[in-house]
Design a protein around this ligand. Sequence first.
Ligand SMILES: Nc1nc2c(c(=O)[nH]1)N[C@H]1C(S)=C(S)[C@@H](COP(=O)(O)O)O[C@H]1N2
Ligand SMILES: [Mo]
Length: 316
Amino acid sequence: MAAYRPPRIPASEITPQPIYLNRRNFLGAATLAGAAMLGGAQAAAAALAVVPSRYKVDEKLTPQKDVTTYNNFYEFGLDKGDPAALSGDFKPRPWTIAVDGMVGKPGTFDIDQLIKDFPIEERVYRMRCVEAWSMVIPWNGFPLAALLDKVEPLGSAKYVAFETVVRPEEMPGQGGYFQSLSWPYIEGLRLDEARHPLTLLAVGLYGETLPNQNGAPIRLVVPWKYGFKGIKSIVRITLTDQQPKNTWQVTNPQEYGFYANVNPEVDHPRWSQATERRIGEGGFFSSGGRRPTLPFNGYADEVASLYAGMDLRANY
Ligand SMILES: Nc1nc2c(c(=O)[nH]1)N[C@H]1C(S)=C(S)[C@@H](COP(=O)(O)O)O[C@H]1N2
Ligand SMILES: [Mo]
């Protein structure tokens, strides 16, 4: 049996945005005072030696400023600006990732050794959040398959589970006054999805090491799936024969699933997924920046065959 442990999640944690906002209003002065004490200066980004790749998107890059200030990272708070403002005390180094479970050669890998061992590629990918906004991001990283090869998955392994670090002393959203999600944040992929050449472990963006708010020092990027699959600040990767219970699916199974493939034909229960708002282009209230969402986020040619015979409408 794999060592993967499902997370403990309170049954009724369904927290749509209006409730978050209400909760924040209740917190009032205490939260603001806390926030002011946090947010020490971020460690300087280091330049990465990056090699080009064939993975590019012929669309305008989302400005670095937007990529690094409009974030979802609930460990640091619920609003889009919280991760950039409140992650200054987070220490992304030293850092190791354990890779264990159903593998022949389990190991613990130092982040800087991984960056030395693997060529760090530039991959320009679309990113589509389930909230119907999108970006085009120049990631720097290496294929997850390269790391999986090192640990030699057993024939019995069918899935890969990922776990984010738990550090309430450095991550104000984990320790605070209320629980938004249950920690650690968990994600998972089928082994063939994990081995797909598009599936990336990112260690940087725009040629520099990842800012804390984007998931330093290492996060997952699966460009044909909704953004919540891209788990940040990973400390553990476990090969297993059980489908992992990913955080958003457990939190709200009516709205989020395991596969979470981008699909313009399957609406979210509370909004359409047919179009998306491209961050950095046009205003929220204008039609500027709205564009059709593409099946598999534009990566259908590469990945549709992974799901042959599956009812994709049921895989929200
Ligand atoms: N650990 C962790 N990973 C996470 C999240 C989170 O709250 N916690 N948010 C997810 C969501 S919903 C999205 S859209 C992306 C956002 O990545 P970005 O802020 O780098 O654009 O991160 C994903 N990874
Ligand atoms: Mo998201």
